[in-house]
Design a protein around this ligand. Structure first.
Ligand code: ZN
Length: 376
């Protein structure tokens, strides 16, 4: 059996639903220690993080990922039990087989192979692994990056093993992500009887024209790297349930996915200007989910692109699509960040699975990318 497959199965058999790590990082840490990494476990709140580094020279190439997985849903809907890694025809089934325990296994085995041939790389290697990527992501990668920067340690280049491939392995590499800004707006009115509307203030009526104006805004045209920014209302809540009562408050939740043509502060200012101009009385709670980032064409994008080309024989598409990832916490420190990993067709689904042959193929891509950065 392939080493990557064996290690992937060992990880999948541990039920590490966010923020649990269920011992996965100990398994990985042991392998890393054997390779000469200094392994540090950082327990922050409920979250288990691992930082491991080998060498002190520049550049520092970090391989990053998460051991946590999303819940399975009703296990009886799975063909095989989600935490019993199962080979079925050409597939490896199990929660985390695609997102992203197999990629972590591939990264570790790639390092083992690389270091056995080149024990003295031109730079250093690190692993940053969290158990809270799928959750609120406060005590995970974000907190580790803060600790590292407090002690003057900075990642130069980072490969994240998120499942970036869509149709075939390696067809897509993520070189950036859109920003995400959420808000909860509470419009304050005055509750009253619908028959005596002049004695009440209807917050739904106050909100509607302002919301209409927000929906009409053409934020930007996007740019070469990103699609246009988009505003989406996600939730409206008001009312007592009675047909004859004007509600005292209404709540609107919305999210903006934004490109590098916008700043978070700029978006907030523009939205509050609309609310103010419509004379709304309101409270607004903003949540900075993640700032946009873009890794320009350079050493890392070149190294990963070439690795995919040489190992898989395809020219990957450089994309900034998809949701957010922990790249949002690593990129702001100045690191070049690229995400490359397995197929994402079944992630978060019942019967999550990955083609078995892809495990060693992605391991070869990681090993080749390391060689391209740190020398053979
Ligand atoms: Zn993931």
């Amino acid at each position: 059996m392939s080493d990557t497959l064996r290690l992937a199965q060992e990880l999948i058999s541990r039920p590490s639903v966010t923020p649990e790590d269920a011992g996965c990082q100990a398994v990985l840490g042991e392998r890393l220690e054997k390779m000469g990494f200094q392994v540090e476990s950082m327990q922050i709140g409920d979250v288990t993080n691992l930082w491991a580094r080998r060498g002190s020279a520049s550049p520092l190439l970090c391989l990053a990922g998460h051991t946590d997985v999303v819940p399975t849903g009703d296990e009886s809907h799975w063909t095989h039990p989600p935490f019993v890694p199962t080979e079925d025809s050409d597939w490896l089934f199990g929660r985390g087989s695609a997102d992203m325990k197999s990629a972590l296994a591939a990264m570790v085995v790639a390092c083992e192979e690389y270091l056995s041939l080149q024990p003295d790389p031109e730079g250093s290697l690190a692993f940053l692994i969290t158990s809270d990527e799928e959750g609120i992501a406060v005590d995970g990668t974000r907190a580790v990056i803060e600790r590292l920067s407090d002690r003057g340690e900075h990642i130069d280049l980072c490969i994240i093993g998120e499942p970036s491939s869509s149709e075939t392995l390696g067809d897509t590499i993520r070189v950036g992500r859109r920003g995400s800004l959420s808000a909860e707006l509470t419009v304050i009115g005055k509750q009253g009887h619908v028959a005596y509307a002049d004695m009440a203030r209807n917050p739904l009526h106050d909100l509607t024209p302002a919301l209409n104006e927000l929906l009409e805004i053409h934020w930007d045209d996007g740019n070469d790297a990103f699609p246009p920014s988009s505003f989406q209302a996600t939730n409206i809540k008001a009312g007592t349930g009675a047909m004859n009562v004007i509600p005292g408050e209404c709540q609107l939740r919305f999210n903006i996915r934004y490109c590098t043509e916008q700043t978070m502060e700029g978006l907030q200012g523009r939205i509050e200007e609309v609310l103010d101009r419509h004379g709304l009385e309101y409270r607004i709670l903003w949540r900075d989910v993640g700032r946009p980032f873009l890794t320009e064409e350079g050493l890392l994008t070149g190294a990963v692109r070439q690795a995919v080309l040489d190992e898989l024989g395809i020219e990957p598409q450089m994309s900034t699509g998809g949701g957010t990832s922990d790249g949002r916490f690593i990129a702001p420190s100045g690191a070049q960040v690229v995400e490359v990993g397995l197929l994402n067709a079944t992630i978060h689904q019942v019967d999550e699975r990955t083609p078995i042959e892809d495990l060693d193929r992605i391991k070869n891509v990681y090993r080749r990318a390391i060689e391209n950065v740190l020398g053979r």
